[in-house]
Design a protein around this ligand. Structure first.
Ligand SMILES: Nc1ncnc2c1ncn2[C@@H]1O[C@H](COP(=O)(O)OP(=O)(O)O)[C@@H](O)[C@H]1O
Ligand SMILES: [Mg+2]
Length: 331
């Protein structure tokens, strides 16, 4: 197994939940191959398999039956400030150069139920990811096909939501519910959460029907662009991912599309999508640099008027007033 990337090679992390409560729309295919595409261009990337079906884990060639500890164990016993809980590094698998996996195992199916009455049940994945953000610049979360507690954990831990979908009429059904869920999570747990894009999967731009649906999605997003909603800045990602049989074949070999059929349309599309995410991310960081938004604010600390030598401080300790002692503690 390759070694994990070094810590601190990047300044900020882009955490994206791939979410759609419908199954079979391309969430896992996108999570896996986009993650592989980002890693291939040198960006330390973490793939998080939050779906109890374990498809992303299997797609990467890892048997969910053999994983111990897994993301499930971390969710039940996440790291705490007190130092208690499991260490996320114990479950991290470095599966390819620049590519880490938080794998799912067969127990994950029970997670929704077991988490239902624990403290901070929606914030557990956020706690798990916190130390890993020092290592990984991109984090992609493959959400289950539901709006349950696991998906809520994904939304609470992410900064962005990307919605894989197919451009046909029925695919639009349910998007209202999805956006409502994102709004609720934004209001209650994660105010910075934004829907940043729709990823068209299994796309066939040659049919009139799919072109009409894409036009509908674009005009919906355009109408929302000035509104105070979490999807105000969302766009239809470019390129769309064409229907390509190689993408359907590669999971059974435990390979990404870049390994299984480099150069096929699926590899081209996911490669180009990964590059577009990197380009916009780098451009955003340059803008932040220009604005100096992410620079730590330098706080001027006034010099103490009198510097009391250490031994005298200790000698005075017995007689000092409690608040002076507290002040000394702070120094
Ligand atoms: N662009 C594509 N071309 C052909 N088949 C695809 C494509 N994207 C996904 N598939 C196939 O469609 C099925 C559902 O995709 P998947 O990514 O598992 O969806 P989800 O994770 O949303 O349930 C899988 O069999 C997958 O291999
Ligand atoms: Mg899936």
């Amino acid at each position: 197994m390759p070694a994990p990337p070094r810590k601190g090679t990047h300044r900020a992390s882009r955490v994206i939940a791939l979410m759609n409560q419908k199954g079979g729309v391309g969430k896992t295919t996108t999570s896996v191959n986009l993650a592989a595409g980002l890693a291939a261009v040198g960006r330390p990337t973490l793939l998080v398999d939050l779906d109890p079906q374990g498809h992303a884990t299997m797609h990467m060639g890892v048997d969910p039956g053999s994983v111990d500890p897994s993301l499930y164990d971390l969710l039940l016993d996440p790291p705490a400030a007190s130092g208690e809980g499991l260490d996320p590094l114990d479950a991290l698998m470095c599966i390819r150069p620049n590519l880490g996996l938080l794998p799912c195992n067969v127990d994950m199916a029970a997670a929704e139920h077991e988490l239902s009455d624990v403290d901070e049940r929606q914030l557990r994945l956020r706690r798990i990811l916190a130390p890993l953000l020092e290592i990984y610049e991109f984090v992609l979360i493959d959400c289950p096909p539901s709006l349950g507690l696991l998906t809520l954990n994904g939304l609470a831990a992410a900064r962005e939501v990307m919605v894989p979908m197919q451009a046909h009429f029925l695919a639009l059904q349910g998007v209202g519910k999805l956006l409502e869920t994102v709004t609720l999570v934004g209001q209650h747990v994660n105010p910075s959460l934004r829907v940043s894009g729709i990823i068209l999967c299994m796309h066939d731009e040659n049919t009139r029907h799919s072109r009409e649906v894409v036009d509908d999605i674009r005009s919906f997003l355009e109408d929302s662009s000035e509104q105070d909603v979490p999807w105000a800045g969302a766009r239809v990602c470019d390129p769309a991912i064409r229907r390509n049989i190689k993408l359907a074949e590669c999971p059974s070999f435990g390979q990404t599309v870049f390994e299984y059929a480099p150069g096929c349309p699926g590899a081209q599309d996911y490669g180009a999508l990964a590059q577009s995410l990197v380009d916009e991310w780098d451009a955003m960081q340059r803008r932040m640099d220009a604005l100096q938004v992410d620079r730590p604010v330098e706080v001027e600390v006034p010099e103490p008027e009198v510097v009391v030598p250490r031994q005298r401080q200790d000698a005075e300790a017995d007689t000092a007033a409690p608040d002076a002692a507290a002040a000394r503690e702070q120094n």
